[in-house]
Design a protein around this ligand. Structure first.
Ligand code: GLA
Length: 751
């Protein structure tokens, strides 16, 4: 009797699972086949955007506010979304205006949750209530115009959905059509809303040499504020979030994620309100903010991207990676198509620091070329009177003592060796001990009569100033015009202090937070236009300026000054939740490592870095034949599979976080014809064997041949087997794969 019931139950569960799988399959097929659709239901006043596997909808409620209605898995094409109905208030303390999830709420009318926009009008009025006025549709979305209920302050909300990923781009234009000046005190790019449920918030925090820590915590009543007040993105928090329904899971469950495209001071607040609704509001950091909008002027916010995945944090990051590669990063100019995998770089920083010379760099270049390196980069020290970090920043002429014949002999040598040439710059900074500062002490961020706080003996040039902008664009343009430079490592080694812009009237000066970053983007865009072949890396003492704003103008980033191969595994794990391995530069440096004094084998160091965009940053002048041979062999192996690693689908099979003994990643290319697996041991304990790796994302019916890149597979592992075999039976590491800092790598190629 019981057995019969069990069978019935099991069958019913199986049927449900089967049906659910069919629904999922249908949904994903539908998602592939369907283009983005954008529709407006005039009767219900509902806006709907569909792309990839996602639907987003909002509408105009009876009061005229724009209210969020739905964000999640793609709905049926014929489904109708009911008209927006404002939420009820809660007693006499939380009005309906406050409890209703608005797309872009003005601070006014008793709003106690985070506003999207807060202003002060010329007459002292600070009440702002935005109502729908009109909209226009375009193939990927809408521009929706809102206006204050009384005054001619207009806000246009921009929406665009990416047909493939379903990732939305949202931003706002705030326009003063009145006769008096309006001061914008807080302006978000967008607010996202989620209905009441149990959620986990994922975000990235860190510090110099310790960036990219994934922090996971339950969303709780009140607000979790992620921000930078530093003038730039910052190492300490990154403008990315992911909210998962329930508890964290790599491959299952609903995830809503977002990334703010802004490299200046920013803020994202994740708020659970009195009715347990969750709102994520992000944009300019309102701290010390004040943008004066004179009559007729407008302010553009950054773009806040937001996406949805039904298959866990892994699914979310795979969507984001593809979107970044296809929609955010600069295209390869020759083909106008997706960015090419990064050249394998050699960088001299850890080898020579600032003691650069023509002979020393040539010696390194010869050895780098012998390794199979594609690009040789000379780091800090080549310019001005730069011997230490006390002098030289701002004086961008070639140091005549170090390079008596200019850069040409070195560049010719590098080119002759078959590599291209790159150079380090730090354009927005100045040392007080420089000709530039002696000539233009007024060019730095400062409050007259107040101290000018130095960090690393440098001050921040006020890039918001037109003359500073012209100087920086001018010297970089000259440098790139006069030399055959393929690449700039653009560094930024401190945060702001005393952020005054004393050229302007006192009440205008806070504009610096917007204009500085816009001028940075403007210079990068102009340089790319004038020198379309030049590639640029965003570095800020490591990963202090990584965001989707700067990535529209730069090809790669330096994730951290910490190149310890073990620390890098956790950093790379955290980094890839938000950013694609395509931009994640990873150098192999010397052992023991300068930061942790940890000794690791060259093979371990190589395999740690090969999971991103590989570079060599060791003092290779000292390397012996064996080290040269190992690196040469592994660079050659990397070159063969690099597109799969950096642009494929990434599966974090075993996370190195939380003291894990093991870690493993797997990437699969777009057509599922190749996959690459990395397996690393931190330190074997109690004789444990490396876990069986059940691979993911392969074509179950296809045959894949296994090739060992480094290490070995368990005796008896088939030379070739079906995708189903590798995914279900799994890949077993070779016997004896244990110890401290061990590493193995494999590739699978479809036969
Ligand atoms: C920063 C960078 C390093 C190096 C130094 C040079 O710290 O992150 O990689 O370029 O500056 O001064």
């Amino acid at each position: 009797m019981m057995g019969g019931l069990e069978n019935v139950l099991r069958k019913s569960v199986m049927m449900k699972t089967f049906t659910a799988a069919l629904v999922l399959l249908a949904a994903s097929l539908a998602a592939c086949a369907q283009p983005a659709t954008v529709s407006y239901d005039a009767a219900a006043k509902v806006f709907r955007l569909d792309g990839g596997g996602t639907t987003y909808a909002f509408g105009v409620n009876a009061r005229g506010e724009l209210q969020q209605l739905y964000w999640g898995g793609r709905l049926g094409a014929t489904d109708t979304i009911p008209q927006a109905a404002a939420m009820p208030g809660w007693a006499s303390f939380d009005s309906s205006y406050s409890t209703t999830p608005q797309e872009y709420a003005g601070w006014g009318a008793g709003l106690f949750v985070e506003p999207a926009l807060k202003v002060t009008f010329a007459d002292g009025n600070r009440d702002l209530v935005l109502h729908y006025v009109s909209h226009t549709a375009h193939p990927k979305g809408f521009d929706v115009v809102l206006k204050d209920i009384k005054l001619p302050l207009y806000v246009t909300l921009h929406y665009a959905i990416d047909p493939e990923s379903g990732i939305l781009a949202r931003s706002a234009t705030i326009e003063n059509r009145g006769a008096g000046t309006v001061t914008v005190e807080q302006a978000a790019a967008a607010a996202w809303a989620l209905p009441p449920a149990h959620y986990t918030l994922n975000y990235l925090t860190g510090r110099w040499a310790g960036e990219w820590t994934l922090t996971q915590e339950p969303v709780a009543p009140g607000a979790r504020v992620l921000e930078s007040r530093r003038g730039s993105t910052g190492h300490q928090a990154n403008p990315w979030f992911a909210i998962q329904a329930g508890t964290p899971d790599e491959e299952h469950g609903e995830v809503w994620f977002g990334a703010l495209a802004w490299s200046g001071s920013w803020r994202i607040s994740v708020e659970q309100d009195q009715l347990d609704q969750v709102r994520v509001t992000g944009g300019f950091n309102p701290f010390d903010f004040g943008y004066r909008l004179h009559p007729g002027l407008s302010l553009e916010t950054p773009v806040f991207y937001g996406g949805y995945a039904a298959n866990g944090l892994g699914g979310a990051s795979r969507l984001l990676h593809r979107f970044e590669v296809e929609q955010i990063l600069p295209k390869t100019p020759a083909t106008a198509s997706a960015p090419r995998p990064r050249p394998v770089v050699y960088n001299s920083w850890e080898a020579t620091e600032m003691n650069v010379s023509e002979a020393g760099q040539i010696a390194l270049a010869e050895k780098a070329a012998a390794l199979g390196v594609d690009r040789f980069v000379m780091d800090d020290g080549w310019f001005g009177q730069r011997k230490t970090d006390h002098a030289g920043l701002g004086d961008w002429y070639v140091n005549p003592q170090k390079f008596p014949n200019g850069l040409k002999p070195l560049m010719d040598k590098v080119h002759g060796l078959g590599m291209d040439f790159g150079l380090w710059v730090e354009p927005e900074m100045v040392n007080p001990d420089s000709d530039l500062y002696r000539k233009h002490p007024e060019w730095v961020l400062n409050f007259p009569g107040r101290p000018r706080s130095e960090e690393r003996n440098q001050l921040v040039l006020n890039l918001a100033r037109p003359d500073v902008r012209a100087y920086i664009l001018g010297f970089l343009d000259k440098l790139l015009s006069e030399n055959q430079i393929a690449f700039l490592k653009w560094d930024y080694n401190r945060n702001w202090s005393e952020p005054g812009w004393d050229q302007l009237a006192p009440d205008e000066q806070k504009k610096v937070y917007v204009e500085f970053t816009n001028n940075l983007y403007g210079i990068l865009a102009e340089l790319r236009k004038r020198h379309p072949k030049v590639e640029i890396e965003s570095c800020s003492g490591g990963g202090g300026r990584v965001d989707l704003g700067i990535l529209q103008y730069t090809d790669e980033v330096w994730p951290s000054d910490n190149t310890d191969p073990f620390d890098r595994l956790t950093q790379q794990d955290g980094f890839t939740y938000a950013y694609t391995p395509q931009v994640m530069m990873a150098w192999v440096t010397d052992s023991p490592h300068w930061l942790n004094q940890r000794a690791t084998s060259l093979s371990y160091r190589m395999l740690s870095s090969m999971q991103g965009s590989l570079g060599i940053g060791a003092n290779i002048a000292k390397w012996n034949d064996e080290e040269m041979a190992t690196t040469k062999r592994l660079i050659a192996a990397y070159h063969q599979v690099q597109p799969t690693i950096v642009q494929g689908d990434l599966y974090r099979l075993i996370s190195p976080r939380n003291g894990s003994e093991f870690s493993a990643t797997q990437t699969v290319n777009r057509d599922k014809s190749q996959s690459v697996v990395f397996a690393l041991i931190h330190s074997t304990q109690e004789g444990r064997v490396f876990p069986l790796l059940k691979l993911k994302g392969l074509d179950p019916a296809a045959q894949y041949a296994l090739t060992v890149i480094e290490g070995k597979a368990r005796t008896g592992t088939p030379e070739a087997a079906s995708g189903a075999w590798w995914m279900n039976h799994g890949l077993e590491m070779g016997e004896g794969f244990r110890g401290d800092f061990q590493a193995a790598a494999f590739r699978l190629d479809k036969k």
